[in-house]
Write a protein that binds this ligand. Structure first.
Ligand SMILES: [Zn+2]
Length: 632
């Protein structure tokens, strides 16, 4: 849009921009477009050429409600506050924030909604609040309120798949009562006792999110006792994996039709067979055989016997009805919660040839889990705009920032949103006569009602702030900005202290699932502040790789998944400066204190209480040189 103003030099700072080229661009350009995270990275003091905030005369924060909470926008503004406090003469940029809804942060009344709005303004150091007043009618001519239809989800009368999955879950859960397992659980040790308690408190409802949560928590507890007895903890982990498979299939079954469940359980069961190649005990073989039988049962179910999912039928009904009205102008969005659902639903809707449904998901890690590359995302959106695809099944990733004025129907399927997302999603529909169809459980639909109430509170809060004098606002904001700055100073000091307090100790990193040694602590390095790299060439002889579709972020390229010699996943191959590095994922490893012979409980890499050395460019080059065969 700004392309026509030729007297302004414009730059799109992309992820591929190197330090030097970005700095050069900042020197030459006048107008820059970039993500907040990228700007934050360029401003970091440990960059070779940090870009000071005073470089800019104005910062426009689009979707500025993201300034609330731990976000890159907030990080940028914290840098701004620090600069403002450090030097009175520093020239700071004017901040302009844009949003369709600043949100209320779950406010229950007008005064707390107003408080939140003032907080958002404080974080951005913004005094003037501007909203359409004078030309409201004019605005309404250009936008139109979508008609909203809220429907309650329906359940099938007979449900053989659900019955089978529920009985499978009971079957696995009963295994926890076996003599071998019970004998182990009776050992008088704190960490084993915790596992026992967890297993005694199995949630009754298997269909709720709490069940999956319980599995995750119990798994963590079992992993903590892994060192003591090989057999039972490993068996418990296997049982928990199987429970997770059945629970995920249960959810899929409640959302979609038989084929989606069959696809899911087939994929999971074949993964499980590979993972259990070394399963030598009767118990492990039994449970795998059971899973394979369930899988066969699902595949062989007569389609006539399985009732269609009534909610999916409802979606198809709406799609067909609106297509009859809109014809080639049809542009439909369906929002769902997970990538797996998006992919499976798009597949099921494939038979509606006129619509050419396509799924649209996020680009972050896990392309094999149904993610799209940035390139593919763009391609899909363009094809949607031009009408090749008339229906996209999307996850939350499409709910903001994507502007497709032609969209005339949005279906939210079992997708709960907060008031900001809800408002933004409605903003996707801008054509006259547009429709918003919401299908959810009673609880989910109640939340939507609350969202509407919060929107009203927010509008009242805006009115209340507009009624204040500029002097009043400035005074209030200055005061709370000071408080905010002080609390940030405390946080910064704490972070500095904790990095100083890290002790030198002999530790090692092991496979979380089987305790196999991965690397000695002194051979672990930190690259770019967060990547934990194995700096030991012997690692390459102890791993197998599985190539993935490359993921590129800034100057790092992910090329392979890494599995240890034990067969368990350990992390990724990252290519940095043409050098292949094994980067460990925290969720696959555990840290072990060698001197004290105790495992260290960590939730994030940052929690490791020991010093880990950082590496820079030169270290990487030296490491790369050491990988090359020595010349003769
Ligand atoms: Zn392992």
């Amino acid at each position: 849009m700004l392309g026509k103003s030729n007297n302004i030099k414009k730059f799109l700072i992309g992820q591929e921009s190197t330090d030097e080229s970005a700095r050069l661009q900042f020197d030459k350009g006048r107008l820059f477009f970039m993500t907040p995270q990228l700007l934050m990275n360029k401003m970091k003091l440990d960059e070779k050429f940090p870009v000071p905030i005073s470089t800019f005369s104005m910062l426009v924060l689009d979707e500025c409600h993201h300034v609330h909470g731990k976000t890159p926008y907030n990080d940028i503004m914290a840098t701004y506050r620090k600069a403002k406090n450090d030097s009175q003469e520093m020239k700071l940029p004017q901040i302009v924030g844009l949003t369709a809804s600043p949100g209320t942060n779950k406010a229950k009344d007008e005064s707390s909604a107003k408080e939140h709005l003032m907080k958002v303004m404080t974080t951005m150091d913004v005094i003037h609040l501007s909203t359409v007043r004078k030309h409201k009618e004019n605005l309404q001519e250009h936008t139109s309120e979508a008609e909203q239809v809220v429907l309650q989800m329906k359940v099938r009368k007979r449900n053989p798949i659900q019955d089978k999955l529920e009985s499978s879950i009971s079957y696995v859960e009963r295994k926890f009562n076996s003599e071998k397992v019970q004998k182990f659980l009776d050992i008088n040790m704190q960490d084993i006792h915790e596992v026992k308690q967890s297993l005694q408190n199995t949630p009754v409802q298997k269909m709720e999110q709490t069940y999956i949560q319980w599995i995750t928590e119990t798994r963590l507890k079992v992993e903590n006792v892994l060192n003591k007895d090989e057999f039972v903890p490993r068996l418990l982990l296997t049982y928990l994996r199987h429970l997770e498979i059945y629970a995920e299939c249960l959810e899929m079954n409640s959302l979609l039709d038989k084929q989606a469940v069959v696809d899911l359980i087939t994929a999971k069961s074949s993964d499980e067979s590979i993972q259990s190649q070394n399963a030598n005990t009767i118990e492990e073989r039994d449970i795998l055989k059971y899973l394979e039988d369930v899988c066969t049962f699902m595949c062989s179910l007569d389609p006539q016997q399985v009732e269609c999912n009534p909610d999916v039928q409802e979606i198809i009904h709406w799609l067909q009805r609106e297509y009859e009205k809109q014809g080639d102008n049809s542009r439909f969005f369906i929002f769902v919660k997970t990538r797996a659902t998006a992919k499976a639903l798009a597949k099921q809707l494939e038979y509606l040839k006129n619509l050419s449904c396509q799924y649209f998901t996020g680009s972050q890690v896990g392309l094999e889990d149904g993610g799209l590359t940035k390139h593919k995302q763009l391609e899909v959106l363009n094809k949607f705009k031009s009408g090749v695809h008339k229906c996209l099944v999307a996850t939350a990733v499409a709910s903001e920032g994507i502007d497709i004025p032609e969209c005339n129907m949005m279906i939210r399927y079992r997708f709960t949103a907060n008031e900001i997302t809800s408002c933004q999603m409605r903003g996707r529909i801008r054509t006259a006569g547009g429709k918003e169809v919401i299908i959810g459980s009673e609880k989910e639909n109640l939340r939507e009602t609350i969202n509407v109430e919060r929107m009203v509170l927010m509008e009242r809060a805006v009115d209340a702030v507009l009624a204040m004098t500029e002097h009043e606002i400035r005074e209030k904001i200055n005061k709370s900005e000071q408080l905010l700055f002080q609390s940030e100073e405390v946080e910064r000091k704490k972070a500095l202290e904790s990095s100083k307090n890290k002790v030198v100790a002999k530790f090692k990193v092991n496979c979380r699932k089987c305790s196999k040694d991965i690397v000695e602590g002194h051979n672990l390095r930190i690259l770019k502040g967060s990547l934990h790299v194995v700096f030991d060439n012997s690692i390459f002889g102890r791993i197998t790789r599985k190539p993935i579709k490359h993921i590129v972020t800034e100057d790092i390229k992910l090329t392979d998944k890494v599995f240890g010699e034990c067969g368990h996943e350990w992390g990724h191959i990252n290519v940095y400066n043409d050098c292949e590095l094994v980067v460990l994922a925290q969720k696959y490893i555990k840290v072990y204190n060698v001197a004290k012979q105790v495992p260290i409980n960590i939730k994030k890499w940052k929690d490791v209480p020991y010093k880990i050395e950082s590496v820079d460019n030169d270290d990487i080059l030296a490491f790369r040189a050491s990988q090359l065969p020595t010349p003769e």
